[in-house]
Design a protein around this ligand. Structure first.
Ligand code: HEM
Ligand SMILES: *[C@@H]1O[C@H](CO)[C@@H](O)[C@H](O)[C@H]1NC(C)=O
Ligand SMILES: *[C@@H]1O[C@H](CO)[C@@H](O)[C@H](O)[C@H]1NC(C)=O
Length: 324
């Protein structure tokens, strides 16, 4: 072909172009597109939205749980639906790893939406995409912003118990740890502060904020006292409290207002406004809900782009809880 007759410099140009092309293809999120199922599953968006709406109408907290499920999926080996896999004889999955064990929830909602999607277009839509759409629809159902979700992710065939702990930051994290863990996933400090605004909805267990409300000093005293009423020094580990005590069922920017008043529930929330480099972002988002919403949306899209399986990688699972 023409390439064999090319002069040496031209060959180098071709080689460089091929290398660049390979790099581009390796960045597989380039394959994701909001129109991915436009022809193959035109009812996808309405089917997922109906499922999320009815689940959130029944229990508002479910919207929070689905949003968190997507975060925990994406941070562990990419947004590949791996968190949805139950243990099999050949692997122990992510669900019982410390950050997830008895904590992440919403699997039944995703499975039931998947069932409905299979009815309208069997074998076409990945569980990873259903989870990503469900996270967006949850935010919308609780009064938050909407955005176009990029689609085309495929499902993993496996999941890794041991990869969870190093990827999901613990609620005892310092600001440096949070920034580093997010940086590893290609997310900036700005993304970190915006995405933490997800803690405007949902709940946390006493176990995770006990040390903060009894031992920390960067906490409002009356707020700490109030939280201590249902989170004793000893026991009560599973008692829950809202992450945003003001409007726990509304997706708004009061989370940041709480931080300014030292009324964050988790240490990992308060460190975002504790004299460090992210203070000004917390103040910006408190003052300007439009800035919060647009940065949150941009960061959600970035998070949804973490290492997806695309093309012929992985599979389209028949049910979300096990590989085909
Ligand atoms: C920045 C680091 C983060 C840490 C340390 C963290 C930690 C936690 C912890 C400890 C809980 C309570 C779990 C329990 O009690 O069982 C929680 C709940 C939650 N997290 Fe995060 N999180 C972080 C970031 C995020 C992000 C990026 C999102 C989503 C974009 C998110 C969404 C949620 C939601 C919505 C809940 C409430 C879930 C429910 O009520 O079921 N979190 N988080
Ligand atoms: C997960 O929680 C269950 C129930 O409390 C417990 O028995 C099990 O040891 C936990 N698993 C891990 C890996 O921590
Ligand atoms: C408070 O800190 C002390 C000393 O580190 C520790 O022993 C204790 O368990 C902490 N209390 C709570 C409720 O976490």
């Amino acid at each position: 072909m023409a390439i064999v007759t090319l002069s040496r410099p031209n060959k180098m140009v071709v080689a460089l172009a091929l290398a660049l092309f390979a790099v581009f293809m390796g960045n597989s999120s380039a394959h994701l597109s909001p129109d991915f199922y436009y022809k193959s599953c035109p009812k996808l968006l309405s089917t997922v939205q109906a499922g999320v709406r009815s689940a959130v109408a029944k229990e508002p907290r479910m919207g929070a749980s689905l949003l968190r499920l997507h975060f925990h999926d994406c941070f562990v080996n990419g947004c590949d639906g791996s968190i949805l896999l139950e243990d099999t004889p050949t692997f122990t999955g992510e669900q019982t790893a410390a950050p997830n064990n008895r904590s992440v929830r919403g699997f039944n909602v995703i499975e039931s939406i998947k069932k409905n999607v299979e009815k309208v277009c069997p074998g076409v839509v990945s569980c990873a995409d259903i989870l990503t759409l469900s996270a967006r629809d949850s935010v919308v159902a609780l009064g938050g912003p909407s955005w176009k979700v990029k689609l085309g992710r495929r499902d993993s065939k496996t999941a890794s118990f041991s990869d969870v702990v190093g990827a999901i930051p613990p609620p005892t994290s310092t600001l440096d740890t949070l920034i580093n863990r997010f940086n590893t996933k290609g997310l900036s400090p700005r993304d970190l502060v915006a995405l933490s605004g997800a803690h405007t909805i949902g709940q946390a267990r006493c176990l995770f904020f006990k040390n903060r409300i009894y031992n920390e000093t960067n906490i409002d005293k009356s707020f700490a006292k109030e939280r201590q009423r249902s989170c004793p020094r000893n026991g009560g580990d599973d008692n829950r409290a809202p992450l945003d005590f003001r409007t726990p069922k509304l997706f708004d920017n009061y989370y940041y207002k709480n931080l300014l008043e030292k009324k964050a529930l988790l240490r990992s929330d308060q460190v975002l406004h504790d004299g460090g480099s992210t203070d000004s972002l917390v103040e910006l988002y408190r003052d300007d809900s439009n800035a919060f919403e647009s940065d949150f949306v941009a960061a959600m899209i970035k998070m949804g782009d973490i290492q997806p399986l695309t093309g012929s990688q992985g599979q389209i699972r028949k049910v979300c809880s096990r590989p085909n």
